[in-house]
Write a protein that binds this ligand. Sequence first.
Ligand SMILES: *Cc1c(COP(=O)(O)O)cnc(C)c1O
Length: 391
Amino acid sequence: MKTYADLKLPVRTLLGAGPSDVDPRVLRVMATPVIGFFDPEFLAIMDETMELTRFVFQTENEFTFTLPATGTGGMETALANMIEPGDRMVVCVNGFFGARMTEMVKRLKGELVTVEAPWGQVVDPADVERALKGGKTRVVAIVHAETSTGILQPLEEIARLAKEHGALLLVDAVTSLGGVEVNVDKRGIDICYSGSQKCLGAPPGMSLITLNSRAQKALASRKTEVHSWYLDLGLIQRYWAKERFYHHTAPASLIYAMRESLRLVYEEGLEARFARHELNSTALKAGLEAMGLKLFAEAGHRNPTLTTIAVPDGVNDANMRGKLLKEYNIEISGGLGQLKGKIWRIGLMGNSSKKRNVIDVLAALEGALRSEGLKAPSGAGIAAAEQAYKG
Ligand SMILES: *Cc1c(COP(=O)(O)O)cnc(C)c1O
């Protein structure tokens, strides 16, 4: 079997739906020695990671830490802890990840009420209100940035409605946290989770979660135990809290990486980071449209961390993406679920959100489209992007 050196894994430019490019500083800390999970040095690292996690969620919530699970693990943890069998739960579905939540709620034997919107559009708060009026609801769940469609969902009105009806608001911020404002405290989000490998720029394998006092109270007053021992937040919290109760062996190398990528976020500053994501996304979108491509997500609600494009008629989706990867070393993503083969998804997340990548992907798309027989006006995409950078 080949060694990793012999494999010569390419350094790709990751512009898909995640993972995003990992900063070399983050990769390097993963080679830091592994130490025991009760080692005082490691406990200090955990405390600092918690502090930085609060910073990025913009919350004072004590109950804020990382989980040894991918984003989906964060989703399952949030749902499993917040509902009990028979609890009424309103799940907003306008894409693949909202739909994934409904699958989990069914397995948890919750009473599932879905509020649907077409994929590529936002969920209408009036529909959420109608669902809330239908019965006493425990939780309203919604995806902030629906990675399958490129929509960024406004949360304020839905947060207000949830509170008014005595329901907890659970938000998936996997593709938004660290790229656009989530602001858990200001928005009144009760439970929020995210993932390491999207706008935070860490390797995949971790999720981050925060619960406010309302959510914590709901957790403490459960009548039944959380069905999963491993995902039981009450138990996990006892490890992160001063008690240091052994729950699982902390994935030290991933926590080092998470802490380092959060340090990078802290050094940059949230406002500057959001502005960077916004600017690069604006330039990308201008370039794509100048090339004659059609953006897929509803105008006015396009996500600055992930852009979706309708695959032009007569162009083979898989060929195009294959060409970008093989000839240009750039990864972009195809559609998921009902959008498979119909859209492309270009992520500009975390470290991947930079001008060079915007220019490179526009040039690569133009080249690949031309070889597919499509006549993109030469250089128009890059010129429009440059113009957007000039403001
Ligand atoms: C990527 C993603 C997830 C799942 O994260 P994994 O790390 O792939 O398990 C969940 N929700 C959203 C919105 C995502 O974009």
